[in-house]
Design a protein around this ligand. Structure first.
Ligand code: HGY
Ligand code: MN
Ligand code: MN
Length: 412
């Protein structure tokens, strides 16, 4: 009976560790920025595993890789997947777990000689992180039609290299059209990357949706001057303004409370020298909230903080939107299926929203979509110390297996 079928956890963990060695950095983490040479090597390894499973592999025009396993009927596939690009201080589970667990589900079905009614598939999507090229969820956004292919191919990193050029360079500029693949349903396994499941001792998270995300970059233009001779009243200090904005964002978020969060992740000063008043600064502001109205309010408040701080210091600024996604709710029946199946399998399950963005949110407008979370030890992620216990990897992958079996046998 396939409801007793279970994955081979050792095989899954050995793949996670093998992929985690590509771009490995001190402390046991990984740096595989999107479209870097490390990303290419990681892609090649996963594609090799897909080939060994005799999957039908396609690469689209923004480098998304989709691998399909035939079903008895030629209908829309039940899909899973995630990303294998990482942030610069990444862990080996963020994204990678979801892709490799999808491969493990397929290999488990092969071992058991099971052919599902609907086809099933696993994909990895280009540049989910958005660290090198904004926005995040770029590949899945283009794949499912909420982001435009040509504008994304033109996006440049801080060194002026474009997505299109870098895709060519790593050999993943595929031919498959974008925004025309539609899944029967999409289910993504991912680490929580937050503290809730770990702190409250849950094994599985049934993810209800993803909070709204707003990323903006601000370039501030002041006047370079001598740090020793320039009286304070005559300064136009872009460095001071960058810090004042950072303090202002933190104060605003604290005042707003609730689900509002805010992060100034990038602060760069030019020339960045001890005895020169900064002539320019560049900062990024990441605002998130589960409530779109409150997120909009936070954006307006930040804009006024920046305008007031700049005019008081006599500097100017230019802003650029790097990413803007509204909150997403996942399919209620799919979320319930995750919760019920996981409980039936004996796991402690909690329903919760996702603090991080995920590729699944790009599928949600086009097909029933949900996510399965497993705990992150101490809630740590985007950090080399990111860790998820073997028993939780096993639980998450087994729930994924059972959901995909259910969805691929489901008769509407
Ligand atoms: O930023 C995020 O939420 C995701 O890690 N890309
Ligand atoms: Mn991720
Ligand atoms: Mn991430």
């Amino acid at each position: 009976m396939s409801s007793n079928l279970r994955v081979d956890t050792e095989r899954l963990i050995s793949r996670i560790e093998k992929l985690g060695k590509i771009g490995s950095i001190d402390g046991g983490g990984v740096c595989r920025l999107a479209l870097s040479d490390e990303d290419r090597k990681g892609r090649d390894l996963v594609v090799d595993w897909m080939k060994k499973l005799n999957l039908d592999i396609s690469i689209d025009q923004i480098g998304n890789v989709i691998a399909l396993r035939k079903g008895k009927e030629n209908v829309r596939p039940v899909m899973t997947g995630s990303h294998i690009d990482t942030v610069a201080t990444g862990g080996i589970y963020d994204g990678n777990l979801g892709v490799l667990a999808g491969l493990e589900v397929i290999e488990t079905l092969d071992d058991a000689g099971i052919v599902t009614r609907k086809p099933i598939g696993v994909g990895f999507f280009t540049n989910e992180e958005g660290s090198r090229f904004a926005p995040d969820m770029m590949g899945s956004g283009v794949h499912q039609g909420s982001l435009d292919l040509n504008s994304m191919l033109k996006v440049k990193d801080l060194d002026g290299k474009s997505v299109g050029e870098e895709l060519e360079k790593i050999g993943y500029c595929g031919k498959a059209p974008t925004n025309n693949f539609r899944a029967d349903s999409f289910i993504e396994l991912h680490i929580e990357q937050g503290p809730i499941l770990d702190l409250e001792n849950y094994e599985i998270g049934a993810v209800e949706g993803v909070q709204g995300i707003s990323w903006n970059e601000y370039k501030i233009f002041g006047t370079a001057n001598h740090a020793g001779t320039t009286p304070m009243r005559l300064r136009h200090d872009a460095g001071y303004v960058a810090s004042a904005i950072s303090v202002g964002v933190r104060r605003l978020v604290k005042e707003m409370g609730g689900h509002q969060i805010g992060t100034v992740g990038v602060t760069k000063l030019n020339p960045g020298l001890v005895n020169v008043i900064a002539k320019e600064s560049l900062i990024t502001v990441d605002l998130r909230n589960t409530d779109e109205k409150k997120l909009k309010k936070a954006e307006l408040e930040v804009k006024s903080i920046i305008e007031k701080t700049c005019s008081a210091e006599g500097v100017t600024f230019k802003s650029k939107t790097l990413a803007r996604f509204e909150p997403v709710s996942f399919d209620k029946n799919m979320v319930l299926m995750v919760s019920n199946l996981a409980s039936k399998m004996g796991y402690r399950v909690k329903s919760l929203p996702s603090g991080a963005g995920h590729d699944a949110q790009m599928f949600a407008p086009n097909c029933p979509t949900a996510m399965i979370f497993v705990p992150s030890r101490d809630g740590i992620s985007h950090n080399v110390k990111e860790f998820t216990e073997k028993k939780h990897i096993q639980a998450g992958a087994n729930v994924l297996l059972q959901i995909m079996l259910n969805k691929s046998e489901e008769v509407i």
